[in-house]
Design a protein around this ligand. Sequence first.
Ligand SMILES: Nc1ncnc2c1ncn2[C@@H]1O[C@H](COP(=O)(O)OP(=O)(O)OP(=O)(O)O)[C@@H](O)[C@H]1O
Ligand SMILES: [Mg+2]
Length: 267
Amino acid sequence: MNARIETEATLPYYAPSSDEVTLFEQAWRNRLPVLIKGPTGCGKTRFVAHMAAKLGLPLYTVACHDDLSAADLVGRHLIGDGKTVWCDGPLTRAVREGGICYLDEVVEARKDTTVVLHPLADDRRVLPIERTGEQLEAPSGFMLVVSYNPGYQNFLKSLKPSTRQRFVSLAFDFPTAEREIGILTGETACDPMLARRLVSIAGSLRTLKDVDLEEAVSTRLLVYAARLIGSGVAPLVACRAAIVESLTDDREIAEALMEVVAATFGA
Ligand SMILES: Nc1ncnc2c1ncn2[C@@H]1O[C@H](COP(=O)(O)OP(=O)(O)OP(=O)(O)O)[C@@H](O)[C@H]1O
Ligand SMILES: [Mg+2]
């Protein structure tokens, strides 16, 4: 058996949309940081896990929130056994090891926190650690990756232009129908006919005009529905739980969405 196929088979499964795999790889080779934006559940996190494994790099993921401090990323002194020891944060660890530091939902982090990324995200590629006086030079393997969902953004939660203009940006979106069917069968090994039905429901729900949903149904939810149905849950019950109730709390809207589901399953 071909060794390359064997390697590909052990990677976290990711179905590409266009040239994002090559772009990411070339960004890494050229020591450029990458920003990934796109709606929830469209494969951003999976893509990063896939690429880290493909490139053989350790991956440090940080879920950003508005309490995240620069010390949470860089590190801090901890007291134990009567002495103070320095403890690297995930960003510092990724720099030392030449791996990927992935900041998920980066717009949630405070602007004074994201500023620590600046010297690492431009051609200097250094991480000054104020508390220890160290200045770490990032090795060639190191890569900074950030992602966010532009749908949730408001003015206060946007990236500073000086931050975003340090990244190569990849825009992700909902997959085409054929690709989404491929993702569902690849991810859950479900019957292709079921995948086709779920994707057709998603297509209808994503284009519903008069329904006020905060965000359209994600591929993630379709994967949930396929898994439930695959293990014997009735399709309408599975779609209500895995799709409809996860999209809305409004009873009228939920029933309107269920009509689309029922029509697709011929119920
Ligand atoms: N291109 C893809 N290839 C394989 N699986 C995918 C793909 N896109 C979505 N999925 C499936 O959808 C799920 C959600 O994807 P993922 O967690 O990467 O989304 P995300 O974009 O990071 O969402 P969020 O913004 O909510 O974090 C995955 O666990 C996987 O099952
Ligand atoms: Mg994610």
